[in-house]
Write a protein that binds this ligand. Structure first.
Ligand code: NDP
Length: 508
């Protein structure tokens, strides 16, 4: 397969390495500090291979110091005693600072992750909106009361912040994912320690700078840079941490559940997905094809919500495949810094090899590669890119139909009846999101009710709003982020029973 019939955006010569290599430090108790060990690690841009940043490599001592700072800031109530309205004002200020710094944050998000600059800008804008939404939650923390327990008793149900939260984030939406957790934890009155992925530390550090500028008190937020071992692992086992809020792979999510069991911390997990989109024969195939192409190539497929598993009714499978392949050829892949680009680089050479391995294995097992299936060369850029790839004749037992490929690779399966479509859609360990395409609202609703997923899209794909909850069932996660449910994750319930007057003896 040649790339001549694909849309490739080459570098236009604007790719001088950033003037300076970013030096990144930990944020502990309001100060930017190096690692006690003096060790560092480097990040190279996935699109160009250029050295971008040198970060302090956190160890046990740094992580313990960050947890101690968050513990102290929670226990002395410097944050949780503020009225919700005061926390809300600070959250809104952070949102305004994110807006004011959007271009700088988006540039580093693009350089570190390889995603297109236009998408990075939209994500940073979306993240600012979550900070604003979180401010509304901070105004509205309320419990309940029970006034029918008898004349001498009043029951009250208080909502209190859970305490110190460990926030562990992946590399695919570094700024957005931290923004789905931190402002909500802050709204509740929690303090936090954050560990970004070691591949995408820069934008979390920039966020830390903005938090200090906004006036978030020292110790309320702490950032430790480094690897899962030992930083992430200590953040999940330390007795002074009350909750772990994690987004990442299902494998690490399971390890975290095991690690937290010793101290019985609360755990909230946003994990992987193998999300089905079911297309019935009566669907608007042009709209479906457009959404399929968006769903699988958005963020180069490095997306928990990637619509990577198409399940199409047999009668229209060929017609749909034709449309999807034709549209795939038009999607601009290439230079992440060009505003026209819609799909950028793959995060690392190791990940590129993993994506390719799935494709080659599927081809060997008898699947048909209709488009792509190889690395994509982009003139002027020496990083790693992968071709838009469409694979038909996939059967449900192939790894490519069951596991997260996390690349720009679409698998197409077929069905005949509604029941078969639902069975195929649910035939996965994951249950993050699902979609259905049909002009018949009854078909859409019946599917939405029977599919095992945390989010269902009907005749659309991957819309998201801060005011709607997001999360997965089965091996896609535990708990919900965003929406009114989101703040509940960071709150404990305390029951207070008040005796009123001296109307009766307690016991004898
Ligand atoms: P990983 O699970 O590999 O890593 C996620 C984070 O966990 C990283 O910061 C990593 O550190 C850290 N980590 C690794 N091991 C441990 C450990 N033992 N204890 C504590 N922390 C640890 O995921 P990726 O970064 O590769 O991200 C991709 C995955 O994230 C995909 O499976 C994707 O589906 C999922 N995801 C889910 C989303 C959702 O909302 N459901 C959204 C986005 C992504 P480091 O790598 O730096 O060593």
């Amino acid at each position: 397969m040649t790339t001549q019939d694909m849309t490739v955006i080459s570098a236009d010569g604007r790719h001088a390495a950033p003037d300076t290599v970013l030096e990144l430090r930990h944020l502990i108790d309001g100060a930017w500090v190096p690692s006690t060990s003096g060790e560092t690690f480097d990040r190279h841009a996935p699109a160009t291979g250029e050295l971008l940043s040198r970060a302090c490599k956190g160890g046990a001592e740094d992580t313990n110091a960050a947890i101690a700072a968050a513990r102290q800031a929670f226990d002395d109530r410097r944050w949780s005693d503020l009225p919700g309205s005061a926390r809300a004002k600070l959250l809104t200020k952070v949102a305004d600072l994110i807006d004011a710094n959007r271009a700088r944050i988006a540039l580093y998000e693009t350089l570190e992750s390889g995603k297109p600059i236009s998408q990075a800008e939209a994500e940073i804008q979306g993240a600012a909106d979550i900070w604003r939404y979180a401010a509304t939650l901070a105004w509205n923390i309320r419990g309940d009361s029970q006034n029918a327990l008898g004349a001498d008793m009043l029951g009250m149900v208080l909502k209190e912040p859970i305490g110190v939260v460990s926030i562990i984030a992946p590399w695919n939406f570094p700024f957005l994912i931290v923004s789905q957790k931190l402002p909500i934890a802050f709204a509740a009155g929690c303090t936090a320690v954050i560990k970004p992925s070691e591949m995408t530390s820069a934008t979390t550090v920039i966020l830390g700078e903005l938090l200090l500028e906004a006036g978030i008190p020292a110790g309320v937020v702490n950032i430790v840079l480094g690897y899962g071992d030992p930083v992430g692992s200590l953040m999940t086992t330390h007795p002074d941490v009350d909750m772990v809020s994690f987004t990442g792979s299902t494998a690490v999510g399971k390890a975290i559940v095991a690690a937290t069991s010793n101290t019985l911390k609360k755990v909230s997990l946003e994990l992987g997905g193998k999300n089905p989109q079911v297309i019935f024969a009566d669907a608007d195939l042009d709209q479906a094809a457009d959404a399929i192409v968006f769903g699988v190539y958005f963020n180069a497929g490095e997306c928990c919500n990637s619509g990577s598993r198409i399940i199409v009714q047999e009668d229209v499978a060929d017609a749909l495949n034709e449309k999807v392949v034709a549209l795939s050829r038009k999607v601009p892949f290439g230079d992440p810094l060009n505003p026209k680009t819609k799909v950028g680089a793959i995060i690392s050479p190791e990940h590129q090899a993993k994506i390719d391995g799935y494709v080659q294995d599927a081809a060997l097992a008898g699947a048909k590669v209709l488009l792509g299936g190889d690395a994509l060369g982009v003139a002027g850029l020496s990083g790693q890119f992968y071709q838009p790839t469409v694979i038909a004749d996939v059967s449900a037992d192939m790894a490519i139909a069951r596991e997260e490929v996390f690349g720009p690779v679409l698998s197409v399966l077929t069905f005949q009846t509604f029941e078969e479509a639902v069975t195929l859609a649910n035939d996965a360990a994951y249950g993050l999101s699902a979609g259905v395409w049909s002009e018949n609202v009854h078909t859409c609703l019946a599917f939405a009710r029977q599919v095992q997923a945390g989010t269902v899209w009907t005749n659309t794909w991957m819309d998201g709003y801060p005011e709607l909850p997001f999360g997965g069932v089965k091996e896609s996660g535990l708990g919900r982020e965003l929406g009114p449910n989101g703040i509940e994750e960071f709150l404990e319930t305390k029951t207070v029973q008040m005796r009123i007057g001296k109307t009766r003896q307690m016991w004898v």
